[in-house]
Each structure stands twice: as structure tokens, then as C-alpha cells.
Ligand binder design. Structure first.
Ligand code: 3H9
Length: 698
């Protein structure tokens, strides 16, 4: 069946794009639009309505075609063909009109949209710029500043905003978009309205220093990214250069961005995040997903309150349970505070806040959670306490209730063993702050039923998070890898790199924060107590030695005003502390570690390659099914730069053989204790393979 069809009704031609799931502009669609226009004009149509079947108007270019040679007609040619039509072409928008879809719509002479429609240019999220005239047509409609805001933020606007800004000419309020679009087209014909081309408009002038100020304004948010600057240059050109030349420049920038490692990394993540939310191999996708309406959260601490707030935001009825009356009251206050903050920042409406709080109940009595569909336990990270909680939950909850443990390191099978329903027990590792961080590791125990795993994925999506199914081992995917990364950042201290040098090197490389600043933020005592519970630590006195010394001296991080760094009261800025430098030097001496000058490159390679090595082991063991899952975990949970695609994609980008050679070098230099080469890494390197090409483990 053709993805584009045309029918004529009286003097109108209706062109329908039907290319599920999101009507992306594949080559067939582009070619189809051109021939449909030829056919419409051949049939004597006086006006054309362009609309889409299915859930949305065109949501963009077909991303799957990127990175390959693009076959004609290109989108700018399709748009030029629309602009050249003798009669008006009306775009009828519903769903999400994004990227190339919005460029297509802006190429049409008029636009009508349903009130629920959203429009935007999200190209920046893929390391791209709008490449089919968006950077030229949008400023002509809404001015340079607004156009920049739309393209640099990548955030879509709703139909009402778009109508106010002039992006949309009319809102279709009747519920029948196509009928209203046809009426609009008939009116235009009857009124003798000629085709109206946005390209013929000119851009409102701006102050002479507007662009330099704008660049300064966006610098903190666009650190390390290539495409925002290209967008700014294109919009500058829209003011100063004839449109055809500016379109040519836009196209050059677009192709340069598309060929960049950044765009390839961001496109990889786009698909990896969508892949991650599908049941992993070996889990039956047809398993019946239980319906969820009521959720109980056990533990009203910061984590529990954050999880409860997320669940309320997703429309669930939520009961928060805590043994401690004062703790429960604090938890309730935290949730109310989150709503208050949301309202103050304009993120949540007053009605939504009232509705959310209306669905919240609190209790100290386990009987109150008897009838819920899902329990998320978020009590203190201790096996004994969690086992006790699960044994109680098992007694009070109905047989179908799913019991989830929010643990960051503990063995989910041992927790499940405290119940008579291990098949209904799963791990849900949320990240702190739980209402902000997008990642949830969904930990499958040895006996977790498929239906329970499959239930976790849509739940994460409903909570507006990315759920990744992982296997059960110490630290799962994220924290297990963090150990290697943190280990190297600690060893580097003993070997002579200062905390601020290590943090600076990794931040310059793209990490959201350096590991030592993160340690201070999380609290150095957190990792300390986890290490005390572990029985499998390496026999190495250097292992996390500096962190241990700091904790034992009462320097727990930001919360005590001192950790790896100093903090002035009320400030979050880490200040290097000469006292810490002296302690590190004396520890190094006591341990016989020779201090030396260490370069930034060694810092980055040791920390990042440690991640890749552990990631390779995780894949070997099947703890993650796909290398992309590991990337999704590290980008969404640990501040790994999105534009580098995640640790495993980064390894693929620089070449697995090069990573292998470096890891061998580290093994020879530092010994095999930490740098034993995983077989998978060696195997891929020898055959010139990539992590991305591995068959998913099931
Ligand atoms: C662009 O347009 C460049 C131009 O300026 C210049 C050109 C010259 N292509 O997200 P979902 C698939 S750049 C191919 O789960 P939702 C997606 O992989 C593009 N496939 O649904 C998934 O497939 P599967 C600018 C695409 O309802 C399925 O559709 N546009 C594309 O949660 C469902 O996706 C964008 O960046 C695509 N463009 O959200 C928009 N989009 O089922 C990107 C989606 O096999 N897309 N798929 O896993 C989105 O933001 C969301 O998908 C959308 C729907 C909001 C549309």
C-alpha cells in the first residue's frame, strides 16, 4: 500500500500521509508527496489539504535514514514543490508535528491544528539542526529570539502557544480536523487568497549585540554541544543573507552535524532508549500486564517521598507507609513541598497539585497497603530490614500484588526469599532525587515472572522515566560499573592527581560532575557503609583508601561542610582543601605509592576505560541484554555525556581495538587485579567488531 495517497473532492485535493508509527518522512513519503501534488494539480484542484492518518502529523525526518546516503527527493525539494503550487496548500496538524514535519508544515501556505497538537524542532536532541528551512522560516514568522528558543531548547509548544505566535493560523475546535481544514481551504479559494510563502517575509531586526548576548545566555546549557552554535549561525544568516544562500548554508551545517560523532551518539541513544523499554530477549512480550491503580510506598524518607511524588504525578492512588510517626509527617511535608515548588515554578498547575495531594494517604499500619496493586519499598539499605519488610508485606498483600524493592546494591533474590511469592518480587532502582532522575533499573530476580518484568516497563514510562531491565548482581549495571570508575578516581589521588584535577578533567571531557564532587554530594558515608557490608572487596589497602580516611575523620561531604572538598556555608561550590592534599600525600607514603605528575588524558582514559571493561563483563554475564541498555543507564543515571552516547557506544566510536590495546597497556602497567581483559573485549577487538553489533543476550 502506498504511504501517500490523494483524492479529489470537488475543487480540493486531499493528500494523506500514512506511514506508521509517526509518519516519518522516509524517501517513499517524500517522493509520494511530490507525485501527489503533481496528480492534484493535474486533476485541476484549486487548493490542497495535506494531512496524516494515524496518531500524528509528520513527527520528523526518518531518523533511520540518517548516516546513510539520502535518496532524492530531499525534503527541501519537496517543500519547494509545495511552495510552487498555484493554489493554497493547507497543512492539518494533529499529534506531534516535529522537525522535518514542522518544516513541511511551514512550507505549506497555511496551517490549522487541533488544540491538542504540539509543534517543535527537537533536532538539537539528535545533535542536528533543522535542515529543511526551519532555521529560516521560523524566524520569519516569530522573530529571531523566539525561533532560537524553540530550536535550542528542542521543546515543543502546544497548539494555543503556536497559534498565538503565528505558527498556526487557525485552531480546529470541532473535533473534525479534516473537515475544518477543507472548509479553511474552500474559504481561501472563495476569498481569492493566493498562496502565502513564509520565505517571502523578512525577519524583524534585532539589537546589534543580540547574538553575542544570546550565545552567552545559552553557553552553560549547551556546553560541549556542536549543533546549538550552528543554529545560532543560521538564524544570524536569516537576518543578513538572502534566503536561498542562507538555506544553502543551513544545509551545509545540517550535513556537517549529521556526520559528527555527536549526532551519531545521540541518534544511538534515541533508539537505545526506545529499545530499552521493550521486554528483553527471553521475556515473553505477550505476558499479561496487570492493571495498576493503587501503589504503596514503604518508607517516607527522601527517596520514598520522591517516588511517591512521581507516582502521584502519574495519576496513581498512593499510600505512603512508615513506622515512624515523625518520619511519616516529614515525608508528607516533603511531598507537599515538591508540589509547592512545582506550582511556584509553573511546572504544576494548582488544580493538578490539589488532585495529586488528594490521591495521597499516609499510614503507619501495614493493613492499609493490603489492597494495592504494587508496593515499592524504599526503606534503609539493609538486607535484614528489607527482608523483614518483605515478610510483612507478603502477609498483608493480596496474592497478585507486585512487591518491588528500591535497592541500589542488594541481592533481590535474597529479599524475594523472605516471601512466599518470589515470582512477584522485582527490584526498582530509582535514582536520587527520584522525582527528577529519569532512570529506573528494573532488576529481575531469578524467579521474577515475565508478567512482573513486563509490568515494570510501562510503569516506568508512565512515571516519565526510562526503565531498563537488568540482571541481579551487586550494584546491578550502574553501581557495579561505578565501582570501577570510582576506584580509578581514588587510585589517581594516591598516585598524585589532585581531586580538582581529576574532577576538572572528567568534567571537561563531558561528565556532568566530577567523581569527587559527586561523592561529596551523595555523602561519602553512603559508599563507606556499602563497602563495610561487602565481603568480596579486593585485597588492596589502596582501594577507596582516601574516601575511607575522610569518612573516619568525620568529613562526610557537603552535608558536613567538608568532604573531599570544603564548602562555605550556604554554598555548593567545592573548594580544594590543602588539608586533604596533605592527608592524601601521607596516605600515599604510608602505602608506598609513589606520587607523580599525571596528565588529564590518563585520568580520563583510566576512569572511562574502567567503565567499558566492567560494561563488557556485564554483557558477558548477561546482566545487561544489550550494550545500548548500559549506555541508557549511564547517560540517564550517572551524568555520562549524552553526546558521547554512553560508555559502550563511546568504545565503539573510538574503536574497540584501540580500547583493547589501552586496557592491555594498563594491565601491563598496573597489574591484572583491576585490568584483566574481558574475553568479550578481546574477541571483539580481534575480529574488528562493535558492542552495538552483539546479539542481545536472552
Ligand atoms: C529531522 O526532522 C531533521 C530535519 O530537520 C531535516 C531533514 C532534512 N524517525 O518515541 P516513541 C519511531 S530530525 C524514525 O516510542 P511516543 C520510534 O523509534 C527528526 N522513527 O513514541 C519508535 O519505533 P519502535 C526530528 C521514529 O508516542 C516509534 O516511532 N524529529 C521517529 O512516545 C514510536 O516512538 C524528532 O526528533 C523518526 N523521526 O513519542 C522526533 N520518531 O516502535 C522524534 C519516532 O520501532 N520522535 N520513531 O521502537 C519523538 O520525539 C517521539 O517518537 C514522538 C512519539 C514524540 C514522535
Amino acid at each position: 500500500m502506498s504511504v501517500v495517497s490523494v483524492e479529489t473532492r470537488d475543487n480540493l485535493a486531499i493528500i494523506t500521509i500514512d506511514n506508521p508509527p509517526v509518519n516519518a518522512l522516509s524517501q517513499a513519503v517524500r517522493a509520494g508527496i511530490v507525485s501527489a501534488l503533481d496528480e492534484a494539480e493535474g486533476a485541476g484542484a484549486e487548493a490542497v489539504v495535506l494531512h496524516c492518518a494515524g496518531r500524528t502529523f509528520v513527527a520528523g525526518a526518518d531518523i533511520r535514514e540518517f548516516g546513510k546516503s539520502l535518496k532524492p527527493p530531499w525534503l527541501p525539494e519537496v517543500i519547494a514543490r509545495i511552495e510552487a503550487c498555484d493554489g493554497p496548500v493547507v497543512a492539518a496538524l494533529h499529534g506531534t508535528t516535529l522537525g522535518g514535519g514542522l518544516e513541511l508544515a511551514l512550507g505549506c501556505h497555511y496551517r490549522i491544528a487541533v488544540p491538542t497538537a504540539r509543534v517543535g524542532f527537537p533536532e538539537v536532541n539528535l545533535g542536528l539542526i533543522p535542515g529543511a528551512g526551519g532555521t529560516q522560516r521560523l524566524p520569519r514568522l516569530v522573530g529571531a529570539e523566539r525561533a532560537l528558543d524553540v530550536m535550542i531548547s528542542g521543546k515543543p509548544a502546544n497548539a494555543a502557544e503556536a497559534a498565538r505566535a503565528g505558527i498556526v493560523d487557525r485552531l480546529a475546535e470541532s473535533g473534525n480536523l479534516l473537515d475544518e481544514a477543507m472548509n479553511f481551504a474552500r474559504e481561501l479559494v472563495a476569498g481569492g487568497e493566493p498562496p502565502r510563502l513564509i520565505r517571502d517575509l523578512s525577519v524583524e531586526p534585532v539589537d546589534p549585540d543580540f547574538f553575542s548576548e544570546y550565545r552567552k545566555r545559552i553557553a552553560p546549557k549547551t556546553r560541549g554541544l556542536m549543533s546549538p552554535e550552528r543554529i545560532v549561525r543560521c538564524v544570524e544568516a536569516s537576518l543578513h543573507v538572502p534566503i536561498d544562500q542562507a538555506l544553502k548554508e543551513e544545509r551545509e551545517h545540517f550535513f556537517e552535524c549529521m556526520a559528527s560523532p555527536q549526532s551519531s551518539a545521540l541518534r544511538h541513544l534515541f533508539f537505545a532508549e526506545r529499545q530499552a523499554v521493550k521486554p528483553p530477549p527471553g521475556v515473553s512480550a505477550s505476558a499479561e500486564v496487570p492493571e495498576m491503580r493503587r501503589i504503596a510506598v514503604i518508607g517516607a524518607g527522601t527517596m520514598g517521598a520522591g517516588i511517591a511524588y512521581s507516582c502521584l504525578g502519574a495519576g496513581f492512588e498512593v499510600t505512603v507507609l512508615d513506622n515512624d510517626e515523625a518520619g511519616l509527617a516529614r515525608g508528607q511535608k516533603t511531598i507537599e513541598g515538591l508540589y509547592k515548588g512545582g506550582v511556584a515554578r509553573g511546572k504544576v498547575s494548582r488544580e493538578k497539585a490539589a488532585d495529586g495531594l488528594g490521591r495521597l494517604t499516609t499510614s503507619q499500619d501495614y493493613a492499609a497497603v493490603g489492597g494495592v496493586d504494587l508496593v515499592i519499598e524504599a526503606v534503609f539499605e539493609s538486607m535484614a530490614i528489607k527482608q523483614e519488610v518483605f515478610a510483612r508485606l507478603d502477609r498483608v498483600c493480596g496474592p497478585d500484588t507486585i512487591l518491588a524493592t528500591n535497592t541500589s546494591t542488594l541481592d533481590v533474590d535474597r529479599i524475594a526469599a523472605a516471601t512466599d511469592r518470589p515470582g512477584k518480587v522485582i527490584g526498582t532502582h530509582f535514582f536520587s532525587p527520584a522525582h527528577i532522575m529519569r532512570l529506573v533499573e528494573i532488576v529481575r530476580g531469578a524467579e521474577t515472572e515475565d508478567s512482573v518484568i513486563v509490568a515494570g516497563l510501562p510503569l516506568a514510562k508512565r512515571l516519565r522515566k526510562v526503565g531498563v531491565v537488568v540482571g541481579n548482581c551487586f550494584g546491578f549495571v550502574g553501581n557495579r560499573m561505578l565501582y570501577g570508575y570510582g576506584r580509578e578516581s581514588q587510585l589517581l589521588l594516591l598516585e598524585g592527581a589532585a581531586p580538582e584535577q581529576i574532577d576538572g578533567a572528567l568534567q571537561d571531557w563531558g561528565m556532568a560532575m566530577g567523581p569527587h564532587a559527586v561523592g561529596d554530594l551523595a555523602g561519602l558515608d553512603v559508599g563507606y557503609s556499602v563497602r563495610r557490608e561487602r565481603t568480596d572487596l579486593p585485597d588492596d589497602p589502596r582501594f577507596y583508601r582516601v574516601a575511607d580516611v575522610l569518612v573516619e575523620a568525620g568529613r562526610l561531604g557537603r552535608k558536613t561542610g567538608k568532604g573531599m572538598y570544603l564548602y562555605e556555608s550556604g554554598s555548593r561550590a567545592p573548594i580544594p582543601d590543602p588539608e586533604v592534599a596533605a592527608w592524601i600525600a601521607s596516605e600515599a607514603e604510608a602505602l608506598g605509592v609513589e606520587q607523580r605528575a599525571i596528565g588529564e588524558r590518563e585520568i580520563v582514559e583510566r576512569c572511562i576505560y574502567a567503565l567499558i571493561v566492567e560494561g563488557a563483563r556485564i554483557l558477558e554475564e548477561g546482566i545487561a541484554s544489550r550494550s545500548g541498555d548500559i549506555d541508557v543507564v549511564w547517560v540517564n543515571g550517572y551524568g555520562f555525556p549524552r553526546y558521547r552516547g554512553g560508555p559502550m557506544h563511546y568504545a565503539d566510536t573510538i574503536g574497540v581495538d584501540k580500547v583493547y590495546a589501552k586496557v592491555c597497556e594498563f594491565r601491563n602497567r598496573f597489574g591484572p587485579m583491576y585490568w584483566e581483559v574481558p574475553e568479550l573485549l578481546e574477541d571483539l577487538a580481534r575480529r574488528g567488531g562493535k558492542f552495538a553489533d552483539l546479539k542481545p543476550a536472552g
